[in-house]
Design a protein around this ligand. Sequence first.
Ligand SMILES: Nc1nc2c(ncn2[C@@H]2O[C@H](COP(=O)(O)OP(=O)(O)OP(=O)(O)O)[C@@H](O)[C@H]2O)c(=O)[nH]1
Ligand SMILES: [Mg+2]
Length: 301
Amino acid sequence: MSIQWYPGHMAKARRALAKAFPSQDVIIEVLDARMPYASSNPVVTALRLHKPCIKILSKADLADPDVTKTWIQHLSTSEAQASASPVGRVVAVPSSVERFAEIKKRIPELCRKLTGRSGANSRSIRAMVVGIPNVGKSTLVNLLLGRKVANVRNEPAVTKTEQLVTLDGGILLSDNPGLLWPDISEEATGLGLAFAGAISEAALDYESVARFGAELLLVRYPTLVMARYRLKELPSSGEALLMAIGQHRGCLRKDGVIDMHKASDVLIHEFRNGAIGRISLETPEHRLKSNENAATEIVHD
Ligand SMILES: Nc1nc2c(ncn2[C@@H]2O[C@H](COP(=O)(O)OP(=O)(O)OP(=O)(O)O)[C@@H](O)[C@H]2O)c(=O)[nH]1
Ligand SMILES: [Mg+2]
């Protein structure tokens, strides 16, 4: 499946990003802690080049804490590595509701450290908050500012235009519309983004997204799934899990057949709000492996 979802405002946002990047000192890329690789926009990586970057792993309260730790190590580069690395200096930081006080202090400090500017000099620092839709960019901007200036809602494409704010200490921060890339060609990436809520529901086949999520959960978190839906044995497929959820929750059509759309809705929403448990959809190891497999397939072709 190739998700072609690139509405007009996103094409405009991409052009704005390309124009604004050169004048920025720090890029703050907000990723989804449950899938930092799938939520990392290749357009941002390509435009950022060597500019210092803070990668915020947002919604870490919903992700598996051990997996988040491995992502933080995997994504961060030391000063020594940065000079030799094509991605430059990256500091990855987990963000979640319970860490908000720490984040409010740490991000301005990191902006000063990464740019080497402190005191009055830090007044001129420009930092740009970017990332996929619905990942928590505006929440972060409001948090850093200490009051609500940006609209926050649990749906993609809430922020439509760039919004500039000045933090205490003078850092100029910009909030931006969520950005996807024109052709999400890797199936697992598109379905993962959809499962987590970054792609508008109107652009998806809801049941395929739920089946994809169900299969992943069965492999990665069978115990959580069995406990949540009070299952005695593990369903043999994503489809079977959705049927079991439908049965457990009484999602039935008038003719008594399980309503797969409703069952899909239950799974998707309970994953998104953390009711099933703290779940990470990908680990650095599994991503590295799937990249190796893709490379091998290309060689064999
Ligand atoms: N659980 C949890 N939810 C969060 C966190 N940060 C943001 N959210 C929620 O995620 C949803 C989207 O937040 P926004 O800040 O509007 O996301 P955005 O990236 O600005 O979205 P767009 O402007 O649509 O691109 C809201 O329901 C927030 O409350 C977090 O750390 N943990
Ligand atoms: Mg926003």
